[in-house]
Design a protein. Sequence first.
Length: 397
Amino acid sequence: MIAPSSLPNDVVEEIFLRFPVKALFRLKTLSKQWRSTIESQSFEERHLKIAERFHAHHPRVMVITEKDPLKLLPRPRPDADIGFRLFCLESGSLLSFILLNFPQSFANYIYVSGCCDGLFCVHSPRSQAMYVVNPATRWLRQLPPARFQILMQKATYRDWLDMKSVFHLAFVKANDYKLVWLYNSDKYNADALSPNEGVTKCEVFDFRANSWRDLTCTPSYRIFHGQIPACANGSVYWLTEPYNDKIEVVAFDIHAESFRLLPKIKPAIAGSDPMHIDMCTLDNGLCMSKREPNTLVQEIWRLKSSEDSWEKICTIDLLSCSSSRTQFRDEFYWDEQDLVNPSTPVALCKNKTILLSHRYSRGLLKYDPLTKSLASFYQRPLSRRKVSYFQSLISHI
């Protein structure tokens, strides 16, 4: 080991910027000067940019699961354990596993946001648990509950079985980090104190103020509850419920904090049941797709930055796959519903294979469009979220 004082500080910093988070945490224990360098905001930001560039050539995927999902407990725990598994996309090898304990229970309703600079938001609409976490540094911060969570405490058990509320929120960064929770106005969250009792409501969490605030101008279209919001191009996107036999895509500008409708959606998608449509972020672009129930062909379209046209980037042809229905069922854990409804693209490999998830099954598959073949990537019950991911030092926001 080189002595801390044997190299100029700027040289040491340039070397450290290439190190993974785990190695940097070990180096912090060897020198006060190194600790000061690694914990500085400028170092965290520079390390983040390098990690983003590395991720573009060496993509990785984070799978977030509950610990022992099949273990029956005599009574509910007051806390929760959540596991973060990091995989190399190219080789499929497990790079790390981190188990974090959250002091407050999620009441079996665990929702995880997409990754934002290596951070996640983990929350529960049924309890008032709300956390932001960096699994690489093991840092987490408990946040005050949103008004939506507080109001939902009055819902009965039967209400929870029947309701179709929007439980997913978006974790984004404009000038600062923020959480955006857009949901429908329902009897479950009626609030006389709310400034907006229209069709939808939107709450935004300000990390500096450590509080939620309401937006007064929200969409006049009900949001489809079964779709996770997608973040791309400085906006957050949601599917609407059908209106006049057509769905829309609501977009939220994270800088201006204003809503708009996308001017153009593929006609075959716009006239479909939203249950048969998938929307996601792939390579920093908004993608939408639909699987034809008869041919089992799924075309994936990406929105151009001008938002006025779409380009087809991939076609998934399940009927032409060598996999049998038995293999889909026994090895991939797909049922007929998984075959008919679209898969969610998680990441693209350099060899053009695509990693697929599904809103119903809990595993990951790799699809090769050249050979039209599927291979199992990861299988585990109750995987809460599968996302493209890179580590960062960002903490204490």
